[in-house]
Write a protein that binds this ligand. Sequence first.
Ligand SMILES: Cc1ncc(COP(=O)(O)O)c(C=O)c1O
Length: 396
Amino acid sequence: MNLQFSHRISSLQPSAIREILKVTQDPSVISFAAGNPSPETFPVADMSKIAEDIFTNHSATALQYGVSEGYAPLRELTFNRIKTKYGIGKDFDDLIITSGGQQAIELATKLLVNEGDTILCESPSFVGSLNAFRSYKANLVGVPMDRDGMDMNALEEALKTQPNVKLIYTIPTFQNPSGCTLSIERRRRMLELAEQYDVLILEDNPYFELRYSGEYVPPIKSMDENGRVIYAGSYSKVLSPGIRVGFACAHRNIISKMTVCKQVSDVHTNLFFQMLCAKYLETCDIDAHIETIRKLYSHRMNVMTDAMDAGFAGRATYIKPDGGLFIWCTLPEGSNGMDFCRICGNMKVAAVPGASFSVDESEIVPTFRLNFSLADDDTIRRGIALMSQALDEYLK
Ligand SMILES: Cc1ncc(COP(=O)(O)O)c(C=O)c1O
């Protein structure tokens, strides 16, 4: 049969990178490739008590259809929390519960981007979003970044020169993959530029509560006086990714349109897990829980960077982030991160080559990404020792 996939989807190809990452299916491989939270951080005991209560006392609601904008108590609890704690959400804003932050990104794209419209994003950026943008045939343009996030001069230049810019997509805090955080000055400037060039900002902020050092930087959405920012949030990294509960907070006109799009996509987010999440927020202390996650990840990050200092010995450099789940590493100039990750795979340790986060995946870049949240101390040390041997081999 001659399968004819849609034009939208046909550009999404299995890539060389996915081939490299196949090694992670081998249980003897130590993987720093995934971005998974540690299962130790899942609040299983609390969730199991709540789950029992839902099935015993509220099964008729949990197992029935719900509304597309989300379970009302969860919407309210989420909105109250982000508003009182972080100043996100003005009177003109509304909030929809989505199936993870990923769906908030996909729905925002569906809502706003016509084929050929431009989306400006950090270079490098999160592959899940890049693929969502690709699936709508957006003109994806990467804007260079440094330790303080996206370069605002380069952003302005792109706004001036690119056709039909619809969105500036940013992961401003502990960015995936670079770990970098957009400075407060640049956040203000990004908002100014969005106003000046009349485009929207899609602020994807799933890691911002996982800070281990440095000063708090307020979300761009908290400075948004005119409804310029669509904010995508998630419970994946602070409760569990398997529950698939995220949200979007934006001007009510955007949220109402998004609700229609969501109805078309999946009717509503799994109601049982929305209820579980709501009850968790109501009866447990999520902030105390996040504090325990921070301690664990901050410790693991230090174990990894200590091991890298010893094993890499400056041959690969890295940026130590103030939070999040990732360390971004750079090989000597002229190196190819893809070749290095292939050698790592042969040595039974996995990292993600930097090219997978590029707008153009065929680009040769000397970078790779490591995750430190999942493995325990001993595994981290063994994995970095193997990677150091891979470095010997690659640089030989
Ligand atoms: C930058 C970024 N945005 C969004 C997501 C989507 O997360 P979820 O759909 O689990 O909320 C991820 C997941 O890793 C991510 O790294």
